[in-house]
Design a protein around this ligand. Structure first.
Ligand code: ADP
Ligand code: ZN
Ligand code: MG
Length: 492
């Protein structure tokens, strides 16, 4: 007694990615999202007796690509299995999934966390069908009736199961970000957690630090953002430690994350594999994957996020942070590279894309593909800034105008007369006026109060409506205040 145990968290994630195929996994129905309920549901989707599933080849291609990207061993042949359970959104009472022979196993994902390289092994990657969706009328508990939409039934899912190699909520969130980036780069999944095209179940247990044996785990579901996964795990780890410290035991169960109250609560006791009575799907032949097929997946692989990140650091001398942000999605990375192509100042371009553009887009929940400013237009604005045609402050205002109206930078600058004043005579006139208006600060400066200069620069900038070149103003003011540049009196 009296000793305190420190605990270590052990986390394994099961990720379901909805694949971006046009049709479903076992029939020709459209797999698109958001149509009229039940407008995309044939007898196969409804699980009518006597129907036969036909495997969608593209689904397999997407899985092969992902497996290659994750360095998995791909099975020469694998098969589908029936996972039996009852749920009203699944009328045939089984889900076609894969069990003892998944499409791929034994991969790994490596990524940086807090400056160290983390490696999380992938246990398996397999294919399955999604089920329908229940809509509960009224409040959830007090619903009089429920509606069911079968559009989602048969939408292809790829499940990626990690080994329990993750040690903190932060690592879990980062693993998910990296995995998501790969799926999005491969264009096999849109990665939208809020819409449910990427779902994560988090398995977590705790054990005394330094021990090997795994603790009893809980599985947490219902988190629809990276932030929620991180929060739910942090909550769950704390809860488990508290239970153990109070002398209790963890029970193996499935818990739900409540995002409003920020806690997890028990949903059901854990079901075990034998509860599902898995058996090989008799309506589908085993799937044979040839070496050529795998090679094709390998040769059509695009540059992946990790490689692109490294290249950005190397080629553009960007900080790691910038490189990571800019390569978060393929379209963002492509956007950035298009800007740099015509405006070859990589760090300036990076700042504008990350701060101004992403700031604005994020505020409106928009994607880079929806940017009202195409890359060439942003490059044109930055060129005006670089040449000194406009000041930094004006450039931000022009940016906002471009974002709002879609107009060219040059046109906005011309229309609103925003060209930076670098002309010495014109600047001097403004400087003189400001000096005459503010004798106090002028005297202060001459008495040694250096900060007065900042005030005077500000006053000149204001008088020029932001158009004065701040560097030139600074020089002119300093020269005038230190008595070197008397006002031109005319004559002489
Ligand atoms: P189940 O049969 O309960 O689904 P699995 O062995 O299939 O369990 O593992 C599911 C996920 O849980 C995997 O990601 C795995 O890494 C993780 N996992 C397994 N055991 C533990 C544990 N004791 N603590 C944390 N995670 C675990
Ligand atoms: Zn169908
Ligand atoms: Mg499992």
């Amino acid at each position: 007694m009296g000793t305190t145990t420190t605990y270590e968290a052990v986390i394994g994630l099961e990720v379901h990615a909805q694949l971006l195929t046009r049709s479903k996994i076992f029939c020709g129905c459209s797999a698109s999202f958001g149509s009229q309920p039940n407008s995309q549901a044939c007898p196969v989707c409804l699980g009518m007796p006597g129907v036969l599933p036909v495997l969608n080849k593209r689904v397999v291609e997407f899985a092969i690509k992902t497996a290659v990207a994750l360095g998995c061993e791909i099975a020469e042949w694998c098969r589908f299995a029936r996972k039996n359970y009852f749920y009203p959104d699944m009328p045939k009472n089984y889900q076609i999934s894969q069990y003892e022979l998944p499409l791929a196993r034994k991969g790994a994902l490596e990524f940086p966390v807090n400056g160290l390289t983390k490696r999380v092994r992938i246990h398996r990657l397999h294919l399955e069908e999604d089920v329908g969706k229940l809509l509960h009328a009224g409040t959830f508990q007090a619903a009089d009736y429920s509606l069911v939409d079968f559009n989602r039934s048969g939408v292809p899912l790829m499940e990626i199961v990690s080994e329990p190699d993750i040690r903190s909520p932060e690592e879990a969130a980062e693993y998910l970000r990296q995995l998501r980036a790969i799926l999005v780069y491969l264009e096999v999944c849109d990665g939208d957690m809020e819409e449910g095209s990427l779902r994560c179940d988090a398995n977590v247990s705790v054990r005394p630090a330094g021990t090997e044996e795994l603790g009893v785990k809980a599985e947490v579901k219902n988190m629809n953002s990276f932030k929620h996964v991180q929060k739910a795990l942090a909550y769950e780890i704390q809860r488990q430690v508290r239970v153990l410290e109070e002398g209790g035991r963890i029970v193996q169960e499935t818990r739900l994350w409540d995002a409003d109250q920020e806690l997890t609560f028990p949903m059901r006791s854990k079901e075990y594999a034998h509860d599902y009575r898995y058996f090989p799907e008799p309506d589908l032949v085993p799937l044979t994957i040839s070496k050529e097929w795998i090679d094709e997946g390998r040769t059509t692989l695009p540059e992946l996020p990790r490689e692109r990140r490294a290249r950005f650091v190397q080629q553009y001398s960007l900080p790691h942070y910038d490189a990571a942000v800019l390569t978060a999605s393929r379209s963002l990375a492509t956007y950035y590279e298009a800007v740099v192509k015509t405006f070859p100042e990589p760090k300036t371009a990076s700042n504008w894309v990350m701060v101004e553009l992403l700031g604005q887009l994020n505020k409106e929940g928009r994607q880079i593909a929806e940017s009202p400013i195409p890359p060439a237009e942003l490059a044109a604005l930055l060129t005006l800034l670089q040449r000194g045609t406009i000041s930094g402050k004006i450039a931000k205002a022009v940016f906002e105008e471009m974002y709002r109206t879609g107009k060219h930078a040059e046109i906005i600058v011309k229309e609103q007369g925003l060209t930076q004043i670098s002309d010495q005579d014109e600047l001097l006139r403004i400087v003189e006026a400001v000096l005459a208006q503010h004798p106090g600060p002028v005297a202060d400066y001459r008495k040694g109060k250096v900060q007065s200069l900042t005030f005077l620069v500000g006053a000149v900038m204001k008088a020029s409506r932001g158009k004065a070149n701040p560097k030139a103003v600074n020089e002119l003011l300093r020269a005038r205040l230190e008595g070197e540049g008397e006002p031109p009196k005319g004559g002489g």
